[in-house]
Design a protein around this ligand. Structure first.
Ligand SMILES: NC(=O)C1=CN([C@@H]2O[C@H](COP(=O)(O)OP(=O)(O)OC[C@H]3O[C@@H](n4cnc5c(N)ncnc54)[C@H](OP(=O)(O)O)[C@@H]3O)[C@@H](O)[C@H]2O)C=CC1
Ligand SMILES: O=C(O)CCC(=O)C(=O)O
Length: 411
């Protein structure tokens, strides 16, 4: 099932549980605006190359639309639509005053030089600058983009609208970025994992983790788990996977990845097939890469007891059913990875106030938001007798539905 069909299905299930009016359901499902732009740039050798960029603004009932920009070859309109919709429910789950959006360019950032990436980002920004805004739609990093990408967007946008640090979050600290944003998604994943494990009388210490993806989210999650004496027994990236049953030395692995650009040939662990990571022997599996990686082909072989969805939409509905029958507990993306957008909200607030917070304050507030959302999600599970995914969806959808009805539809 593709990402959009799966996300729509989860939304509709939540809508039925909440007994939403069918017209309201339809209005919540249809995106506010879908943007598709052609981005042509000269490559370094002068050859022209064209890419397609997307920004889907899903809903703004609760505030400016918010969500990352992804650079990846598999970016397509359905996926961006699904990811934008997930942002609407996610910002509502953690109760920050935003709606949802997502963007992306179908490209392979690994195959583009830094100056080609800069040109592409600037052309994309030129095409969408009058449709985004500090009180309208605020982009951030996602797969294949980073603080540097945000700096280029900020610079290009500011040429049209004047200096506007709050137009993007996840930007470099020197340009008004927030302390703690780089680590925030991984840190939020760790707070979410602690909350879930505590419910089951467990803690991170001595628990065995397998982590798919070693980029922003995966590497921070691994590092913070390692600092808390969790055993990270397997890690993968696009080049392969490594395993050590006694626990991988994560700072050493990080150093190796920075030096060589890959996990391959790391002396502190054995190599293994990247696909095997998802079914590796562990207590907690944390997918931190692409969507749809857990599906009917492999869900039956998963050995983890808990899955923490740090990636967006890593589990498709067929896998959800199989995992549920096996008793595997899945902590859903719209709660588990919400630490990133929560600290993006803190960054935007700091930019608007013109006042920077200390990193301790950022982390303390992040913990408070993640704990509160966990309790709110659990309370929906109790009220509606449903699993964690439906607990999170009903929480998010209900908040957006209430805001929509309060605003009304009078022309
Ligand atoms: N950044 C953020 O703040 C947030 C991100 N997310 C989600 O988290 C996920 C990861 O995002 P982020 O860390 O920012 O992205 P990055 O681009 O920083 O990292 C992605 C990682 O995934 C790896 N990867 C790609 N394809 C595969 C594959 N087939 N098998 C194994 N690993 C693979 C990449 O490998 P390599 O290093 O070799 O390129 C890289 O390590 C995405 O789903 C994103 O939407 C969710 C909330 C916020
Ligand atoms: O930080 C943000 O604004 C958005 C992060 C994001 O894209 C996500 O949570 O999937």
């Amino acid at each position: 099932m593709n990402a959009l069909a799966a996300t729509n299905r989860n939304f509709r299930l939540a809508s039925r549980i909440l007994n939403l009016d069918s017209k309201l359901e339809k209005s919540l499902l249809i995106p506010f605006r879908e943007i598709k732009v052609e981005c042509t740039i000269p490559k370094d050798d002068g050859e022209l190359v064209s890419f397609v960029g997307f920004r889907v603004q899903h809903d703004n009932a609760r505030g400016p639309m918010k969500g990352g920009i992804r650079y990846h070859p598999e970016v397509d309109p359905d996926e961006v639509n699904a990811l934008a919709q997930l942002m609407t429910w996610k910002t509502a789950v953690v109760d920050i005053p935003y709606g949802g959006a997502k963007g992306g360019i179908g490209c392979s950032p690994r195959d583009l030089s830094n100056s080609e990436l800069e040109r592409l980002t600037r052309v994309f920004t030129q095409k969408i600058h009058d449709l985004i805004g500090v009180q309208t739609d605020v982009p951030a990093p996602d797969m294949g983009t980073n603080a540097q990408t945000m700096a280029w967007i900020l610079d290009e946008y500011s040429k049209f609208h004047g200096h506007s640090p709050a137009i993007v979050t996840g930007k470099p600290i020197d340009l008004g970025g927030s302390l703690g944003r780089d680590a925030a998604t991984g840190r939020g994943v760790v707070y979410a994992t602690q909350a879930l494990l505590a419910e089951h009388g467990k803690s991170i210490e001595d628990t065995k983790f397998a982590i798919q993806g070693f980029g922003n989210v995966g590497s921070w999650a691994a590092r913070l788990i390692h600092e808390r004496f969790g055993k990270v027994v397997a890690v993968s990236d696009i080049t392969g996977a490594v395993t050590n049953p006694d626990g991988i030395d994560i700072p050493a692995l990080q150093w190796h990845k920075e030096e060589t650009g890959s996990l391959k040939n790391f002396s502190g662990a054995d190599a293994m097939n990247a696909e095997d990571l998802l079914v590796h022997d562990c207590d907690v599996l944390i997918p931190c890469a692409l969507g749809g990686v857990l599906n009917r082909e492999n869900a039956g072989d998963v050995r983890a007891k808990f899955i923490i969805e740090a990636a967006n939409h890593p589990t498709d509905p067929e896998a959800d059913e199989i995992l549920s029958k096996k008793g595997v507990i899945v902590l859903p993306d719209i709660y588990a990875n919400a630490g990133g957008v929560t600290v993006s909200y803190f960054e935007w607030v700091q930019n608007i106030q013109g006042f920077a917070w200390a990193e301790e304050q950022v982390n303390k507030e992040l913990k408070r938001y993640m704990k509160r959302a966990f309790l709110n999600m659990k309370s929906m599970c109790q009220t509606h007798n449903c699993d964690l995914r439906m607990g999170a969806f009903t929480l998010g959808v209900n908040r957006v539905a209430r805001a929509t009805m309060l605003r009304g539809w009078e022309a």
